[in-house]
Design a protein around this ligand. Sequence first.
Ligand SMILES: [Zn+2]
Length: 116
Amino acid sequence: MKCPMCGVEVEKLEDLIDHAVCFDLDEVNMGHLTFKTERPKPKTKVWSVWNFTTRELIGRVSWGGSWRKYVFFPYNDMMFDEGCMRHLADFIELQTKIHKKRKDDGRIRDKAASGR
Ligand SMILES: [Zn+2]
């Protein structure tokens, strides 16, 4: 598979964690979907999800507190085919992994800074 933003070939979805910068852009396109960063919160993010072709608003992705991961909130009566659902699933899975990696990296940095 390819990074949808820079086009670099990767073996599996997991490898895209190294493309966190690509997924940090204000607009990320995956297949027929566009993810737009809405209001960056200090710790987690919110994206609106648009149909790339029809420019229709499909829903949003935000942090699901009790799930401890990013989740998708569809707008009423929206239809999705398997391709859309895969892209949605890939996007939220990846953003959760990037979020957790950053948290871990931060923890390691904090430990190093405090000399422990
Ligand atoms: Zn990339």
